[in-house]
Design a protein around this ligand. Structure first.
Ligand code: HEC
Length: 479
């Protein structure tokens, strides 16, 4: 037992069922009683959670892995006995120009291997925003949540299959009862979904990475437009409100600012852990936590949110529930963006969270309230919330991807330039400490002048930068 979690009347134990994995991107409970796992570099394995034995069934040689591309989502047919099908999604490069594509492939499970690869669908791939997740609906159709591959027109173009929820038959054909005749598309306007779950009622939920501002959990309904790229998260800015007043746009069930990078989700229908019955379980990357979103009876309102295991196991990539109500969570500390202190030697790991006992509390027992989170007002706390995911706590960035803030001319030089970068974001080629970068940084204009001033002052004075502070007025004059 690694640790315990104490709920109102249930005590949960956390234990390790597998270790030494390399980014277990998708974990699924199979009707064969095993836990199935994809690793980002291209393997599909089956784990016996009682013995811990892991058997590699398949190594997909053509997988192309970089940053957040590689072998990603997986779904198993709910009845493997009758239909031994395993569906996976991965990126690969094709043709003389090495174009990146994203493939949905079906394999047949037979005698400890996966055979008869059948390509069901191929869409545009990219170095990032590939999604993806897959899940079965109670009526036996396969849903596929795809990413916009950072092409801004894609999510709103209903003829493109990126940035969508797609619905397929298990042979890859288009179901006759899809909402748009002869189209896979069910819903659109998505950026980069990292979680997909179907409740026993048939209700479909997704989690999605926003840009700088807001991450989301959505309820998916046919023919609805979820707004990206014009709308991020709730309809709360004047521009977003104006668009939503003119056109149908669907708001998230829940959104988070600052962002938490929500990843895998599963629906908790079991009564094994009664406090969590009828909730969405969510694993988070940047947030490094397991979140429990308890839902109203009809599943349409989040009535409470709990945060567990924060920072204990690093980034958490996926989650699934077994028929006995045990919960499995996979870590993602060997991905492209690990947090300080990770990976540890045993990473990546798959954890099991399960009930160890029910406590009988004396009548009138009041559980000790959890310490309240401190309001983040200091420059260092704001930096952790808004900047450290890319530029890192030590200001060193990620070589070739996110430039360093330590010793950078853009940070220690002209104050107005720094204010503008934070207010407006940045894109196009720049040179930082002699190295060229050509990526995009989102704008942080949604923060107040005081918040930006305190972040700017913090980065100018940290890591030996030794430059003077920036005032609220100096930020304001650059808006
Ligand atoms: C999602 C990732 C991301 C986040 C979050 C982010 N940045 Fe950046 N930042 C970048 C990228 C990428 C570039 C380089 C852009 C380019 O190539 O044009 C950059 C460039 C910069 C630069 C200029 C280059 C340098 O290294 O000095 C500064 C200054 C900067 N960011 C500050 C910040 C601050 C302050 C925050 C928090 C408010 C922040 N960034 C949040 C990705 C990010």
């Amino acid at each position: 037992m690694e640790t315990t979690l104490e709920l109102d009347s249930t005590i949960l134990g956390v234990s390790v069922v597998a270790e030494g994995l390399n980014v277990p991107w998708d974990i699924v409970w199979g009707s064969d009683g095993h836990l199935w796992v994809t690793e980002q570099s291209g393997t599909v394995s089956r784990i016996n959670v009682t013995t811990g034995e892991k058997k590699v069934l398949l190594n997909i040689k053509e997988v192309w892995r970089k940053r957040t591309s590689g072998l990603l989502g997986m779904a198993l047919h709910p009845d493997l006995e009758q239909h031994p099908y395993v569906f996976v999604n991965y990126t690969t490069k094709v043709g003389p120009d090495s174009v990146i594509v994203s493939r949905l492939v079906r394999y047949t499970f037979q005698k400890d291997t996966l055979a008869n690869a059948k390509l069901l669908l191929q869409i545009d791939g990219g170095t990032s925003h590939n999604g993806s997740r897959m899940a079965f609906t109670p009526d036996g159709k396969l849903l596929w949540a795809t990413g916009d591959v950072q092409k801004k027109g894609y999510a709103q173009d209903s003829t493109v299959l990126n940035g969508k929820i797609l619905r397929l038959n298990i042979d890859g054909s288009i179901p006759k009862d899809n909402p748009i005749p002869n189209s896979y598309v069910v819903a659109w306007g998505f950026r980069n979904m990292q979680g997909l779950a179907v409740a026993p009622s048939g209700m479909v939920y997704t989690s999605e990475h926003g840009e700088a501002l807001e991450d989301e959990v959505n309820i998916i309904k046919p023919l609805q437009n979820y707004g990206w790229p014009e709308i991020e998260g709730r309809h709360d800015t004047p521009v977003e409100k104006a668009i939503a007043a003119r056109h149908q746009r669907t708001q998230p069930l829940r959104s988070w600012t600052p962002t938490i990078a929500p990843a895998g989700i599963d629906f908790y229908a079991s009564d094994s852990i009664p406090e969590w019955t009828n909730s969405i379980l969510l694993s988070t990357l940047k947030g490094k936590s397991l979140r429990v979103l308890t839902l109203s009876h009809d599943g349409t309102i989040v009535t409470s949110e709990e945060v567990h295991l924060e920072n204990q196991y690093g980034r958490l990539r996926d989650i699934c529930v077994s028929p006995t109500g045990d919960i499995y969570v996979s870590t993602s500390n060997r991905d492209w963006n690990p947090s300080p202190g990770f990976p540890v030697e045993r990473d990546d790991r798959i954890l099991r969270i399960g009930k160890i006992k029910t406590e009988k509390r004396p009548i009138g027992y009041v559980r000790k309230p959890k310490p309240q989170q401190q309001d983040a007002v200091s420059g260092s706390a704001l930096f952790t919330q808004h900047c450290a995911a890319c530029h890192k706590e030590d200001g060193q960035g990620v070589p070739g991807t996110f430039p360093p803030l330590q010793g950078a001319e853009q940070v220690t030089g002209d104050k107005n330039q720094l204010a503008k970068i934070i207010l407006k974001g940045l894109s196009g080629p720049i040179t930082v400490k002699g190295q060229r970068y050509d990526q995009a940084m989102p704008s942080f204009g949604f923060l107040t002048d005081a918040e930006i001033a305190s972040i700017a002052t913090y980065v100018r004075s940290s890591w030996g930068n030794g430059a003077s502070g920036i005032s609220e007025n100096e930020i304001k004059s650059n808006r």
